[in-house]
Design a protein around this ligand. Structure first.
Ligand code: SF4
Length: 458
C-alpha cells in the first residue's frame, strides 16, 4: 500500500506580510510531498507563523501552539515568524515546541521539521544578527483562484519607532527585484486574481536599496505601481500601508491618474498629538500629515484614507489623547485600526516614564474605536450618489446580495446577479450603512460613458 503523504497545518498571526510568508512556506512543504490541511484537523506537523507586534499577538501565538499540541500530541510543532525571531528561548521553552526558526531561516523550515520528525529536537535555528542583505526570494505562494492576491515587494524596516519590535525581528529594509515582483503579479493575474495588493513591512522604502536601472532611474514605489499597472488582464492594484513621509507627489499622481489603481491610501498616523509622535520617534508632525491629506484630496475624490492609530502610549495624558481624537476627526478617516499600546521588551518605549495603566488604555481604545465607526459612517454617507467598482467576493445566501470592496476600500453590497464572483462590477452608491454602502448595478456602457466624461473634465 502506498504510504499516505504527511499532513501539515498552518496558523498565521499578524499582518499581510506574514500571511504572504505562510503561503510561501505552504509551497515549500507541498514541494516536499506534504498535504496541506486545516489547522483544526489532525496533522503530522503544525506550523505557526507568529507575530510580535503587541503582547496580545504573542499571547495568541502561544495559544495556537497549545491548541496544536492538544489536537495531536505526537505532531511536530514548528514556530516561525517575528515572535520566534525576537524571543527564541522563550518560544523554545513553551511545552510542545519542536522547532523554532528565525526570519532568515524560513527557507530551511522543511529540513528542520524533517529532523524533528526523525526524533531530533527541540531545534532552534535563529540567527542572532539582525536579518538584512538581499530580499530572500522564497518560492511564491501557489496562487489559488481567489479574488485578491497579495504580492510582497519589500521586507524589513529601518525606522525604529520607539514602541516597535519589528525592525529587530524583520531586519534591515530590502526590496524585491522588480523582475520577480512583475513575474509574480503576472502569475496571480493569469490564475484569476482581479486585484493585486502590493505589500511590505515598510512599503514606501521600496527601491532605496536597489541599483538604478538602465538610464539611471532608481525604481521606487510609484515606478513599481506604474509597471504593475501595465500587466495585461489586471483588474485593480492596491497599495497596503505607506508611511506618511513616503507618500510623495509622484505617488499621489500615479494613484490619481492610473485608472486601475485603487483610490485608497492606508497611511499610519499612530497619534494625532505632536509630543506623542516625537516620543514615538515618528519623523512627521500632525501639520505634515494634514498637509499630505489635503494634497491627496485635492487630486483624488473620493479617496479612502485609512489609518492605524495607537492609544495609551507612555506619557499620553488625557489632554494628549483628546488632541489625538480631535485630529483624527479633522482628517475624517474612512476606517481606523485602533491599537492599545503594550510595552514590547527591548524597545525604548517600554523603558519610558509615564506608562498608562491597562484600564485607561482599554477605555481610550473603546472611545477611539467608537470615533472610528462614526467617521466611517460619515465617509459612507459622502459616497452616496457616486460610482464605485466592486470586486465581488461573496454572495449572501440569505438575501442573494453580492458583497465586496470598492476602489476606496469601502464594503459594498448590492442585489446579486449570475456569474459576478471575482468580477469587478460597476455600481452606483444608493445608501450609506454603518459597515459600508448599499449600491445598485450600472451597465458597463454607463460606467464607460461616465469615465470618458470624467477624463474630458481633467
Ligand atoms: S515604520 Fe515604525 S511601526 Fe512600522 S515596522 Fe517600522 S518601526 Fe515598526
Amino acid at each position: 500500500m502506498p504510504q499516505k503523504p504527511p499532513r501539515c497545518a498552518f496558523h498565521t498571526l499578524g499582518c499581510k506580510v506574514n500571511q504572504y510568508d505562510t503561503g510561501s512556506l505552504m509551497r515549500l512543504f507541498r514541494e516536499r510531498g506534504y498535504d496541506i490541511v486545516d489547522f483544526d484537523s489532525p496533522a503530522d506537523v503544525y506550523c505557526i507563523n507568529t507575530c510580535t507586534v503587541t503582547s496580545m499577538s504573542e499571547k495568541k501565538s502561544r495559544q495556537a501552539i497549545r491548541r496544536a499540541k492538544r489536537r495531536c500530541p505526537s505532531a511536530v510543532v514548528a514556530v516561525v515568524g517575528c515572535y520566534a525571531q525576537v524571543a527564541p528561548e522563550e518560544v523554545a521553552a513553551i511545552p510542545g515546541v519542536d522547532v523554532v526558526a528565525g526570519i532568515g531561516e524560513r527557507g530551511m523550515v522543511v529540513d528542520l521539521v524533517e529532523r524533528a520528525r526523525r526524533g531530533e529536537g527541540p531545534i532552534v535555528e535563529v540567527s542572532v544578527r539582525r536579518p538584512g542583505g538581499r530580499f530572500e526570494e522564497l518560492p511564491c505562494a501557489r496562487p489559488e483562484t481567489r479574488t485578491r492576491g497579495f504580492v510582497k515587494v519589500q521586507e524589513g524596516c529601518d525606522e525604529f519607532c520607539s514602541y516597535c519590535r519589528v525592525p529587530y525581528a524583520r531586519g534591515a529594509s530590502r526590496s524585491r527585484d522588480p523582475k520577480d515582483v512583475l513575474a509574480e503579479v503576472r502569475r496571480f493575474v493569469e490564475v484569476g486574481h482581479r486585484e493585486i495588493v502590493l505589500t511590505g513591512i515598510h512599503l514606501g522604502a521600496y527601491g532605496r536599496d536597489l541599483p538604478g536601472a538602465a538610464g539611471g532611474v532608481r525604481p521606487d514605489l510609484a515606478w513599481l505601481v506604474e509597471r504593475v499597472h501595465e500587466t495585461r488582464g489586471l483588474g485593480r492594484v492596491r497599495l497596503s500601508s505607506v508611511e506618511p513621509l513616503d507618500v510623495n507627489e509622484r505617488l499621489i499622481r500615479v494613484v490619481s491618474d492610473l485608472p486601475k489603481v485603487a483610490k485608497h491610501f492606508h497611511i499610519p498616523l499612530q497619534s494625532g498629538d505632536d509630543e506623542t509622535l516625537e516620543m514615538m520617534n515618528r519623523k512627521y508632525r500632525t501639520s505634515d500629515y494634514e498637509r499630505l491629506i489635503h494634497r491627496i484630496r485635492e487630486q483624488i475624490r473620493p479617496c479612502g484614507i485609512t489609518t492605524d492609530i495607537m492609544v495609551g502610549f507612555p506619557g499620553e495624558t488625557e489632554e494628549r489623547f483628546m488632541r489625538s481624537c480631535e485630529f483624527a476627526r479633522r482628517v475624517g478617516f474612512s476606517r481606523m485600526h485602533v491599537f492599545a499600546y503594550s510595552p514590547r521588551p527591548g524597545t525604548r518605549a517600554a523603558r519610558m516614564q509615564g506608562q498608562v495603566d491597562a484600564t485607561t488604555r482599554r477605555v481610550r481604545s473603546e472611545a477611539m474605536i467608537s470615533l472610528g465607526r462614526e467617521l466611517a459612517f460619515e465617509f459612507h454617507r459622502s459616497l452616496v450618489g457616486t460610482r464605485e467598482e466592486v470586486l465581488v467576493e461573496e454572495e449572501d445566501p440569505g438575501d442573494g446580495f453580492l458583497h465586496g470592496f470598492g476602489s476606496t476600500y469601502v464594503r459594498v453590497r448590492f442585489p446579486g446577479g449570475p456569474g459576478a464572483g471575482g468580477e469587478l462590477v460597476p455600481v452606483s452608491v444608493v445608501a450609506a450603512e454603518p459597515d459600508g454602502v448599499l449600491a445598485a448595478r450600472v451597465s458597463r456602457l454607463e460606467a464607460r460613458e461616465e469615465g470618458s466624461e470624467g477624463s474630458r473634465e481633467k
